[in-house]
Design a binder for this molecule. Structure first.
Ligand code: SF4
Ligand code: SF4
Length: 253
């Protein structure tokens, strides 16, 4: 397949994602961009011979996550709805690539973060519980596919939508053409008070230096304990505070 054919196939797949599946954003990362990817997050975990990762995203409804009267569970309502839509979109895009273009493809979305040990044994050690079940990093797929950068909140920050984008990735053996990497001014270095860190109820976030993939580090044990246990007991499932308070997210209201 020559360069023009690869571009034509890539454009067709992105058009299908936007026009038929209704996602808000889509970006393609060729596999060569995963050169420094830790093996536990590499797309090879999903397919033996991946050539590209297509990452799609839906944006939270700002009225629900920022201003809703039902503050207690605003993020959970929106998150569950979007994760369901994303999973469906991932499944359908993988099937489309396979049927129309003839390449093996498979999708992975956020609910794979709820692995069997998590459900069976609770949250004793989230590292052991999560790692074997997370097939690839969808946030890495988003950054390498040109959808944005990863801030101190360790989330994807999209230049237009900020940190309130939820993601799903499709790993494919189709040799797709990559989108340019995002080029915009991430505000983290000059962010007054870094509200993502200070307003996190569990103090799970910290600045990370020297990592090409992210500016932030998250203690998943603390975060998951809160959103999975304490927040549920308090009647406040979901959190999203680190996404909502980010000035990049506020800018899209
Ligand atoms: S709140 Fe500030 S420091 Fe945190 S991710 Fe957003 S811009 Fe970066
Ligand atoms: S979701 Fe909530 S608890 Fe988890 S890191 Fe973000 S602000 Fe902290």
């Amino acid at each position: 397949m020559n360069v023009d054919e690869r571009k034509r196939m890539s454009e067709d797949i992105k058009k299908y994602a936007i026009n038929v599946l209704g996602v808000d954003v889509v970006g393609i990362a060729p596999i060569e961009r995963y050169v420094d990817c830790p093996p536990e997050f590499h797309p090879k975990r999903l397919l033996p011979n991946p050539k590209a990762v297509v990452t799609m995203g839906l944006v939270h409804n700002p009225d629900m996550v920022q201003d809703s009267n039902i503050y207690e569970c605003r993020s959970a309502i929106d998150s569950h709805a979007i994760d369901t839509e994303n999973l469906r979109a991932g499944y359908r895009l993988a099937r489309y690539i396979n049927r129309k273009w003839g390449y093996s493809s498979g999708a992975t979305g956020l609910p794979v973060h709820l692995p069997a040990p998590f459900l069976r044994e609770g949250l004793k050690d989230i590292k052991e519980a999560v790692k074997p079940s997370v097939f690839i990093s969808i946030k890495m797929g988003a950054v390498l596919g040109g959808l944005g950068k990863r801030g101190v909140n360790d989330l994807l920050i999209h230049p237009e939508h900020g940190a309130i984008v939820r993601l799903v990735s499709v790993v494919t053996e189709a040799p797709l053409a990559g989108d340019p990497l995002a080029d915009f001014n991430l505000l983290c270095d000059e962010c007054k008070g870094m509200p993502c860190i200070t307003e996190c109820p569990t103090k799970a976030l910290s600045v990370k230096k020297g990592d090409p993939y992210t500016m932030g580090s998250i203690d998943w044990q603390k975060c998951f304990n809160f959103i999975g246990n304490e927040a549920l007991m308090l009647g406040k499932p979901g959190c999203l505070q680190c996404a909502v308070v980010c000035p990049h997210s506020r800018a899209n209201k």
